[in-house]
Design a protein around this ligand. Structure first.
Ligand SMILES: [Zn+2]
Length: 133
């Protein structure tokens, strides 16, 4: 209670050995040199839990973004350009690694331009990059 009432401007505390006002953060009294704080208390302030949480979140993000085995990242605009200009021969399907669909598009002129038109709108609505599974 004395600390709270007598502390006015800076955070100070009072040495329990000599009674002088010393900085709040001081571990050793600046007047008598006695150790006024246990070093254990200082080490407990380490934010280990916060650090662990951050690492966990980073790992989750890496897994989501990296997507190993979950799909291949494809550039939306590359695929869209391929689809618009070369969609009639299935170029965007080959770009996505869908060889079967690409061959089908190649021989049917993009599923008679119906699949070609649909793919343009589908690609427009995809995020960039998007993932092919
Ligand atoms: Zn002291």
């Amino acid at each position: 209670m004395e600390n709270s009432t007598q502390t006015t401007t800076e955070k100070t505390k009072f040495c329990k050995y000599c009674g002088q006002a010393i900085p709040e953060a001081a571990v050793i009294c600046t007047h008598c040199g006695c150790q006024v704080e246990e070093i254990k208390n200082t080490s407990q302030a380490q934010p280990q839990v916060v650090i662990n949480n951050t690492n966990t979140n980073a790992n989750v993000n890496t897994n989501v973004n990296g997507g190993h085995g979950m799909g291949k990242p494809k550039n939306k605009w590359v695929a869209l350009c391929l689809c618009i200009f070369l969609g009639g021969i299935g170029a965007h399907k080959f770009y996505e690694g869908k060889i079967g669909s690409g061959i089908l598009y190649f021989f049917t002129a993009g599923l008679f331009f119906i699949g070609w038109l649909i793919d343009i709108f589908v690609l427009l609505n995809k995020p960039n990059p998007y993932y092919v599974y």
